[in-house]
Design a protein around this ligand. Structure first.
Ligand SMILES: Nc1ncnc2c1ncn2[C@@H]1O[C@H](COP(=O)(O)OP(=O)(O)OP(=O)(O)O)[C@@H](O)[C@H]1O
Ligand SMILES: [Mg+2]
Length: 283
């Protein structure tokens, strides 16, 4: 196809040889299949800031670290330079997240390069050799749904162990290749420790997966992995191989109550003894 203007610099730099076709036009980006030295890859061209949607909301930005403090100061101001810096930090977030997650063993497309607002990454191929379908476009058997759900919960745990919550995990941001689910679309990924909405976003991500897979395997609708995972994370006990049950008790209130009653009893007894001693002294 005719090379879209935004991909011309990559063509001129020899990063791509040819643009094969457009794959999708999402809310945030246009996605193309391109060829590089005989290998097909995926090019995600981010839209200009004013054409994008919700994901740049302040809620997602909280807790993102900016290495350079001059930049951080500029970003907090509404100057043109500050806005440019904010834009570039936002655009870099997806490639940063992909690198971090790929290194942590999460199944995501391997990122190759990020230039001029274009992310060049591995093209995920489906079991039939064509571009991978989105999870949300598939009909599943109950067994496959259970197996994919378990795999995705494993990925969510690995992401959290790497310090990130996806923040927009849905059946349309998961592709399926011959080995199962591959997670995509990460510009809004949030810092698990630095963002106050991280737990809420984890709930929403895990809830979206539960609802989707629950259509094929209804028992999954009863599970609560999110609170279980988050409570392990908060206590510093979350490991990639943590054994999860899918159920969660709102902490051990009963044990705490018994302990509290014992403390009250002891205080009462102590007071009685004090009063008895005081009465004796008066006699
Ligand atoms: N690495 C990839 N390999 C194969 N297909 C991909 C890849 N990345 C993205 N796609 C396809 O392009 C679509 C859009 O990608 P992505 O979700 O990253 O962009 P987006 O603009 O943020 O989308 P939206 O806002 O609609 O969620 C995906 O649903 C998928 O079909
Ligand atoms: Mg998407």
């Amino acid at each position: 196809m005719k090379t879209p203007p935004r991909l011309l610099p990559l063509l001129e730099d020899g990063l791509i040889d040819e643009v094969i076709c457009q794959l999708m036009s999402g809310k945030e980006a246009q996605v193309y299949i391109v060829e590089c030295s005989g290998i097909r890859r995926c090019a995600k061209v981010f839209k200009e800031a004013n054409q994008r949607s919700f994901k740049q909301a302040v809620q997602y930005q909280e807790g993102r670290t900016v290495r350079n403090s001059r930049r951080a100061r500029a970003m907090s101001k509404k100057t043109r330079y500050g806005q440019q810096e904010q834009e570039s930090a936002w655009l870099n977030a997806e490639v940063d997240a992909l690198r971090k997650l790929a290194a942590a063993g999460v199944r995501v497309p391997e990122p190759y390069t990020f230039v001029d607002g274009v992310l060049l990454m591995e093209l995920i191929i489906g079991a039939d050799g064509l571009t991978a379908p989105r999870l949300g476009d598939l009909e599943l058997t109950a067994d496959v749904a259970r197996s994919y759900h378990e795999q995705i919960i494993g990925e969510v745990v690995r992401m959290l162990c790497a310090g990130l919550v996806h923040g927009d995990l849905s059946p349309f941001n998961v592709l399926v290749d011959a080995h199962g689910p591959v997670i995509i679309d990460l510009p809004q990924a949030v810092s698990a420790s630095g963002n106050n909405s991280a737990h809420m976003m984890l709930d929403r991500d895990v809830g979206n997966m539960r609802e989707f897979f629950g259509r094929f395997a209804p028992e999954l609708l009863e599970t609560d992995y999110s609170n279980e995972i988050w409570s392990l994370y908060e206590s510093g006990d979350l490991r990639e191989d943590s054994r999860l049950t899918g159920s969660f008790q709102q902490n051990d209130t009963i044990a705490d109550l018994a302990q509290l009653l014992a403390v009250i009893e002891a205080a009462k007894k102590e007071e009685e003894e004090r009063l008895a001693r005081a009465a004796l002294a008066l006699e």
